[in-house]
Design a protein around this ligand. Sequence first.
Ligand code: ADP
Length: 267
Amino acid sequence: ELETRLDIHTKDEIGDLAAAINNLASDLQRFRDTRQEFFAHISHELRTPITYLEGYAKVLKNRLYETEEEKEHYLDIIYQEGVRIQHLVDDLFELAKMEEGQISLSMERVDLKDVIKQAVRMVSLKAKEKGIELIVHPVASVPLIRGDRMRMEQIVLNLLENAVRYTEDGRIEIHLRSTPDSLLFSIEDTGIGIPEDELPYIFDRFYRVEKSRSRKTGGTGLGLSIVKKLVELQGGTIQVSSKREIGTRFTVTFTLPTMQEEKDEKS
Ligand code: ADP
């Protein structure tokens, strides 16, 4: 009887081991696929603007334009595509550093109210040009959080830039509030919105709701994945809700340090 029990035991273990190896193999395969997909994506993303650069440079070189205006227009495109490549390379580098766990945060006490004020200042001109009303709902004062100020600015600015990018002639509202154990802010726009079935994917690298719509608006499809990583690195969470043609709201929540943590930090 002991023998059969042992037998079963061994069989079980071998079975488990086999299952584990299988899992590992499929994990590896998935990893290889996503790596390959990732590089395929990068080269695709780079190829498009480079094709424009080449094409329009050739037009200029061969003087295939009729008016000075036309020439200016082609030069503009070349410039814009250059800027696009620059953004893409910057974003990719940023994302790569984060994925390798190589970004160092310099944690300090951050006043989110200040951060929001700063970011609003940066986008206000663009918002005005597009006829967008920017409303920051005033709050008396909020507790400070622990975070990296520059990275916090990057998060808020990125979300605000998106709100401006995907809104015409509408309104953007920013709320900041605290609960006993958390601090949260939301950025809500009355823009084109995101279809509900695409919401789960918008934080994925390179995911864009409509490729052409994004090309026109100058996005790289990397912004939100960077934002999400930065939020999580600082212990926060990000949520989105949206309705097509109605608007979009992003909410970012950070937990506040407990009394004990505050004490530990001071001592
Ligand atoms: P992109 O650089 O293309 O803007 P993001 O990663 O920042 O890339 O956003 C991913 C996609 O989510 C965008 O292509 C856009 O379609 C959608 N999106 C992001 N923010 C908004 C918003 N405020 N309103 C509508 N769509 C948005």
